[in-house]
Design a protein around this ligand. Structure first.
Ligand SMILES: O=C(O)CCC(=O)C(=O)O
Ligand SMILES: [Mn+2]
Length: 216
């Protein structure tokens, strides 16, 4: 199935600018499904996907797990990074070299040298799941970019400005696209519109997002 998709995609990649210091690396990871899926399966066996609660008492519609030195967590006490997975009470799985290298390579393609992600968040969106507009601001160092990989069914990524009220643009992201933002846009608001029911030959009706950050 993956071969078919690769054939259609023809191995072409290109870079699109979406805002100040923010780009989409189009189709950069479109032929990496098999190895990424195996890697995610391995991680979820150690740290299962879960629906976290927000401080306001809502349950997030995306299921989340992670790997690396730090995992992002949310509960009634709010958002933060933790070295321990609250479900297993163990450290998060180590970040596999494959993921570290992908994060670093994508950052480099976007012009960020020496990116050393120590947190890798994995979001799984079933149809209708979404992510509300937010800033990634729980990391200690905002000089490092955010690298955000899309796999599976397409989505609309919303990218705004420094204020929640700033206008957002709708960026279609499909399987294999990577959004990288840093510099001027590092703290810009962003989110994901509800996922439209759709089918991807490898990932079925899911969308997977892998986000690399320097958290600690
Ligand atoms: O799923 C996405 O494309 C964005 C995810 C995101 O913004 C986050 O996990 O903080
Ligand atoms: Mn985010």
């Amino acid at each position: 199935m993956d071969d078919l998709f690769d054939f259609i995609n023809n191995g072409e990649t290109w870079v699109e600018s979406i805002s100040d210091d923010a780009v989409v690396l189009r189709q950069f990871l479109s032929n990496r499904s098999a190895e990424l899926s195996a890697t995610i399966k391995d991680i979820e066996q150690q740290a299962p996907f879960r629906h976290m609660k927000t401080a306001g008492g809502f349950t997030m519609s995306a299921a989340i797990t992670g790997c690396g030195d730090y995992g992002w967590i949310s509960d009634r006490r709010g958002y933060r990074y933790s070295k321990v997975d609250p479900i297993t009470e163990q450290p998060w799985p180590e970040m596999p070299k494959l993921l570290f290298d992908i994060g670093q390579q994508c950052a480099l393609e976007a012009g960020y040298k020496d990116f050393k992600p120590d947190a890798c968040l994995i979001n799984r969106y079933a149809p209708k799941s979404k992510m509300s507009l937010h800033q990634d601001k729980d990391e200690k160092d905002f000089t490092a970019p955010i690298v955000s990989v899309s796999l599976g069914v397409p989505a609309t990524f919303l990218f705004g400005g420094a204020q929640r009220s700033d206008k957002t643009i709708k960026v279609p992201v499909s399987h294999g696209d990577v959004v990288v933002w840093g510099g001027e846009s590092r703290l810009f608001f962003h989110g994901v519109s509800p996922i439209k029911p759709s089918y991807h030959p490898f990932w079925g009706d899911n969308r997977i997002n892998i986000t690399f950050r320097t958290a600690g």
